[in-house]
Design a protein around this ligand. Structure first.
Ligand code: NAD
Length: 461
């Protein structure tokens, strides 16, 4: 500590204003009236998700689908689409500004102080917050680290070469690239590769594993791959990109793929470096994650949530953890112990998964049963011309619903019902007896449950 440094005091400091951090600050302000809550953010309130991740990517995907379906519709209505990539980018910026402005209003109304700057521990109970030439010091009783993650970099494909971009760059493109190579066929690669293909790019996806979306049930990746083929997207699996060539990339089998832009989407790295954690006596794991207890404590006064902690790097996990830490800081008993965390991919078709899939159930030695109801057997999917996809339910030997995997139109919404079923330990009978409105996609969940109960209605027994 520099002699003469004067520190301010706060009861709670939250570092990082993404969906984890801003939710933690809001909830702490709620639960601790009269206590000072400071939220420190080096960039813009909303974090990666609102500014350069989930939100602008969904705007892009929606626009791409509009452009594509206008020209391929078979309802008898013919439209013509024109794509203005610059206007699309401005529209994304407007949507983001609306949402981040809303968060800012909530923080102000809750009395949360937002400090702009880069936070770094100087002691286990003290931070230096640096903003340009200014340094402010802040002591705290509790700190919540919610600094998120960044795209994992590949040394041989440096983002910054004018051809190589990460997901942030892919969302900032002002023109539709003629030829786009996507390195990584996970969530981001599939979502953005599909969107740019629908907007007119020739897209190639190169994935190291033996299938797309390798972390999910293999049927989900297969549905997506089939559709990508229809869209003209070339997919190479079990292949690595080894470097750049003059006009594209080279693969590990020496094939060369021409590319105007190369999108690297090979995972995310936690932002635990640069926080001065050594000053707080905290050492991250080799992956960069911070080990936390069920109450998300790293040490007595330090908490961590979101992408900094093990588990899926998903905004909704971070927000749920934020609720827990605020309760714990307020002295209430709380632990992060969800029965399942849903995962959704805005691919074409959309896919979603929650709980155990059949492969995981086998690996875990769980005695289970599976039923898959095809969307094509339902009526709503036909009325909107989206008959491909399915709802697959997994139940244990006691008939408790333990997993669901879904592909098709609207499944990113439908998975919420399956998540509730798992969280409440619903049985197959509970789901089958739940009356689903007709004609809707949600009926597929009831139909899959009827199938598991042994009496499917709209498919042959
Ligand atoms: P990811 O882990 O989903 O996929 C990365 C893929 O890259 C994997 O399939 C991996 O096998 C492959 N890979 C790794 N190294 C490679 C290499 N050298 N060459 C070729 N392939 C390689 O990661 P992501 O797509 O970057 O997404 C990051 C995170 O963002 C995910 O963890 C996800 O949770 C989150 N995310 C969520 C959503 C959503 O919820 N809809 C959307 C996008 C991203």
């Amino acid at each position: 500590m520099v002699v003469g440094e004067v520190a301010e005091r706060a009861h709670v400091v939250v570092v990082g204003a993404g969906p984890g951090g801003y939710a933690a600050a809001l909830r702490c302000a709620d639960l601790l009236p009269g206590k000072r809550v400071v939220l420190v953010e080096r960039d813009t309130v909303g974090g990666v998700c609102l500014n350069v991740g989930c939100i602008p990517s969904k705007v892009l995907i929606h626009a791409a689908e509009r452009a594509h379906s206008a020209t391929t519709d078979d309802t008898g209505v013919a439209l013509r689409a024109t794509v203005d990539a610059r206007r699309m980018r401005d529209h994304r910026a407007d949507v983001v500004a609306g949402l981040t402005g809303g968060v800012r209003t909530l923080l102000d109304a809750a009395g949360v102080e937002v400090w702009t700057g880069e936070a770094r521990f100087s002691r286990p109970d003290r931070l230096a917050v640096v903003h340009g030439p200014d340094v402010r010091h802040l002591e705290f009783d509790h700190i919540v680290l919610a600094t998120g993650s960044r795209p994992t970099a590949l040394a041989h494909l440096p983002v910054g070469d004018d051809r190589v971009i990460d997901s942030t760059g892919a969302l900032a493109l002002e023109e539709v690239p003629d030829r786009l190579v996507v390195v990584g066929g996970g969530y981001i690669g599939v979502e953005l590769g599909t969107a740019w293909a629908k907007l007119g790019s020739s897209v190639t996806i190169v994935e190291a594993a033996d299938r797309l979306l390798p972390a999910m049930d293999k049927r989900l990746g297969s549905e997506v791959r089939r559709r990508l083929k229809q869209l003209g997207v070339v997919v190479h699996t079990k292949r690595l990109v080894t470097g750049l060539t003059d006009d594209g990339v080279r693969l590990d089998d020496d094939a060369v793929i021409a590319a105007d832009k190369v999108l690297v989407a090979v995972g995310r790295t936690p932002n635990s470096d640069g926080l001065g954690l050594e000053q707080a006596g905290v050492t991250p794991a080799g992956s960069g994650h911070l080990d936390v207890g069920p109450d998300r404590r790293v040490t007595g006064r330090i908490f961590a949530i979101g992408d900094l902690t093990p588990g899926p790097a998903l905004a909704h996990k971070a927000t749920a953890e934020a609720e827990v830490v605020a309760e714990v800081i307020a002295g209430r008993p709380a632990v992060f112990d969800p029965a399942a965390i849903p995962e959704v991919v805005f691919s074409d078709p959309e896919v979603a998964s929650v709980g155990l899939d059949p492969a995981r159930a086998v690996a875990d030695g769980v005695d289970h049963r599976v039923f898959r109801f095809p969307y094509a057997a339902g009526s709503r999917s036909r009325t909107i011309g989206s008959p491909s996809g399915f709802v697959q339910l997994v139940a244990d030997r006691d008939d408790t619903v333990i997993g669901a995997q879904l592909a098709g139109h609207g499944v990113t919404e439908l998975v919420a019902e399956c998540t509730l079923a798992i969280e409440m330990a619903a049985t197959v009978t509970d789901l089958a007896a739940t009356i689903h409105p007709h004609p809707t996609m949600a009926e597929a969940i009831g139909e899959a449950a009827l199938g598991l109960a042994g009496h499917p209605l709209h498919v042959r027994r």
